[in-house]
Design a protein around this ligand. Structure first.
Ligand SMILES: *[C@@H]1O[C@H](CO)[C@@H](O)[C@H](O)[C@H]1NC(C)=O
Ligand SMILES: *[C@@H]1O[C@H](CO)[C@@H](O)[C@H](O)[C@H]1NC(C)=O
Ligand SMILES: *[C@@H]1O[C@H](CO)[C@@H](O)[C@H](O)[C@H]1NC(C)=O
Ligand SMILES: [Zn+2]
Length: 568
């Protein structure tokens, strides 16, 4: 744990490092290592520091965390929401075309449930249905020239596969409360955030009836986040764009990187300020059919295998760059760490000045964090679907396969697609096949066949939220909330401090539709959830702890007051 009093110890050590470097200068005189090493230490990384901010006195905020009655009320509302099976599948029709579609029914039920569980929100805010099943709630600000703050959450959940029902400790839509955890699909992702923001506003309306927001508060509730937000967030976005204009929103807070973690002995929170990009590429290999007794050396299946092998063998290397927000996260952890090996710590701090340091720092992250960490630093690709061939004695005439790729924040859709298409083109040439790319015929089909590559869907990496006043306020609100409210309660009046550093999401949220509304998008969810809880998201046994649920309520409560210019 990092105590405030220990800061001076760190400075002392930096002095020692400088003395050491001075020694090197005199002893070695001129030396390449000295050049890079010196500049690395002098100009090395400095973690950004934030003022801890509270929008209400800490006692008012901790009341939310400590009230058993409020916890009981909030958990009951969360359980109510979890019991409604708003499962989202990719094949759902647009509600605009088929509002009566069976799969949309639970959304109607959830709307009604929310309206009865949050009576003040529903009576005091303007509630709009967007494309039938998404919801947009607006609490008008009294000062019209202040841009509204948006709070996003989604009402849909990923489906529970029939064959996994039996594996759940408690039925997946039970909302069962065992005294420690609340169980069920959506309990964490994302009904926890949905109930959290609604409960924060309900609480303000009930407990602080005199409070009138100067800055508008907008709650944007998607209905198909788990299926890319094409029917929900997309429509919400165009309404908000019409209403408030480009960059007309102050900030957007959505689900994202979870809570506070202890990394190398340092408490650290890491809101996602970026998202990796997304690509689906469809490949279609056609060759002449015929009897399997007189085959060519390579069938369309063999040729497909070669394309797949070539693409799989061309890994995108992980990179540790300043363009990736998550780099700062690990550099901050290193800067404040009391437990990390000193040489490694310096490697992190001068990773941008020295190639060797950069390599060692990145390697350390990959060795200790595994694939999950590695994927934060590189473009990935995975072949996820393949179809081809119909009969044992017939040559396959057509093979199709789909590649899914997540694009690193430093790269782009075009750059990534070109790697895939070049690999396919090379194999097409090798076998004398035609080559089509996105409906362009680059090489005419031959009597031997063709390879057709189509980018079905793509999304650029999200623009990284900038370092500005809005970011410093958001980061400060996390720091204030944990240092002044949560930590003293959790660690008996400790002076534990918290580092806030940016990070990224490897998957996409509804915010992918919101880029034009504001540059200030923060994907963050408070709480202390552990890996054994987080690993159940989108899987069996999804559950959430009461502490996380109540921290979401209290955190939103604080931030809503903060963006209204209140400062305690
Ligand atoms: C809420 O309180 C009621 C009445 O005491 C109790 O039956 C219920 O189990 C509590 N629920 C939760 C989630 O704490
Ligand atoms: C290539 O595949 C796409 C998508 O499957 C299809 O729309 C297109 O017509 C195909 N192009 C050619 C030239 O066959
Ligand atoms: C923490 O400090 C506050 C006042 O500073 C005091 O009222 C409270 O009892 C203390 N709590 C603990 C657990 O020591
Ligand atoms: Zn989600």
């Amino acid at each position: 744990m990092l105590e405030k009093g220990q800061l001076s110890g760190r400075n002392k050590r930096r002095c020692l490092v400088n003395v050491f470097v001075l020694g090197l200068i005199t002893i070695l005189f001129v030396n390449k290592y000295w050049e890079t090493g010196l500049s690395g230490i002098e100009n090395g990384f400095q973690c950004q520091e934030f003022e801890p901010l509270l929008g209400r006195p800490s006692g008012e905020i901790s009341r939310i965390l400590e009230s058993f009655q409020l916890q009981n009320e909030t958990l009951s509302k969360l359980a109510n929401a979890v019991r409604i099976r708003t499962e989202m599948y990719d094949y759902f029709p647009d509600p605009h075309d088929e509002p009566e579609y069976e799969g949309w029914k639970p959304f109607v039920e959830l709307h009604e449930r929310l309206a009865s569980d949050f009576p003040l929100v529903w009576s005091r805010l303007a509630v709009e249905k967007v494309n039938e099943y998404a919801l947009l709630l607006t609490w008008e600000g009294t000062e019209k020239d202040l841009k509204p703050a948006v709070f996003a959450a989604h009402m849909d959940v990923v489906p529970v596969e029939k064959k996994t029902w039996g594996m759940w400790e408690h039925e997946p839509f039970s909302g069962y409360w065992d005294g420690e955890f609340l169980w069920g699909r959506g309990s964490f992702d994302d009904k926890n955030m949905l109930i959290g923001v609604l409960q924060a506003v309900e609480y303000i309306l009930r407990e602080e009836p005199e409070f009138k927001p100067k800055r508008g508060i907008v709650i944007a509730l998607g209905c198909d986040e788990e299926s890319s937000g094409r029917y929900g967030a997309k429509y919400i976005s165009s309404i908000l764009l019409d209403r408030y204009g480009e960059n007309g929103i102050y900030s957007i807070v959505d689900e994202g990187v979870n809570g506070v973690k202890n990394v190398e002995g340092v408490w650290i929170a890491a809101p996602g300020t970026g998202e990796k990009g997304f690509i689906n590429v469809q490949f279609d290999v056609r060759t002449p059919g015929g009897h399997s007794s007189v085959p060519p050396d390579h069938t369309s299946i063999g040729i497909s295998a070669e394309i797949i092998r070539d693409i799989e063998n061309q890994a995108f290397p992980p990179r540790f760059t300043p363009e990736n927000p998550v780099t700062q996260y690990y550099q901050c952890a290193a800067q404040y760490s009391e437990t990390m090996d000193e040489g490694l710590r310096l490697d992190f701090l001068r990773a941008m000045e020295d190639e060797g340091s950069n390599h060692r720092a990145l390697q350390h992250l990959i060795n200790t964090g595994g694939r999950k960490t590695e994927c934060l630093f590189k473009t990935t690709r995975a072949f996820d679907i393949i179809n081809g061939g119909i009969k044992a004695n017939a040559l396959p005439e057509s093979v199709s396969f789909l590649l899914n790729s997540r694009v690193s924040v430093e790269s782009s859709v075009d750059e990534t697609v070109s790697v895939f298409s070049n690999a396919a083109l090379k194999i097409a040439k090798k076998y004398g096949l035609g080559y089509f790319m996105n409906d362009d015929v680059l090489v005419d089909a031959t009597d031997k066949g063709s390879v057709n590559v189509t980018v079905e869907r793509s999304l650029e990496p999200a623009p990284v939220s900038p370092d500005n006043e809005v970011w410093r306020e958001f980061a400060g609100s996390i720091k204030g909330f944990y240092e002044k409210v949560v930590f003293p309660a959790k660690f008996q009046n400790s002076t534990t401090s918290l580092i806030v550093a940016p990070s990224i999401m490897t998957a996409n949220t509804d915010t992918a539709h919101y880029w034009k509304l504001t540059k200030n998008i923060y994907r963050y969810q408070p709480g202390f959830a552990m890996e054994d809880t987080l690993s159940t998201i989108h899987s069996v046994n999804e559950h959430v702890d009461a502490e996380t649920v109540m921290q979401v309520v209290a955190f939103y409560y604080n931030y809503i007051h903060l963006v209204n210019g209140q400062d305690f």
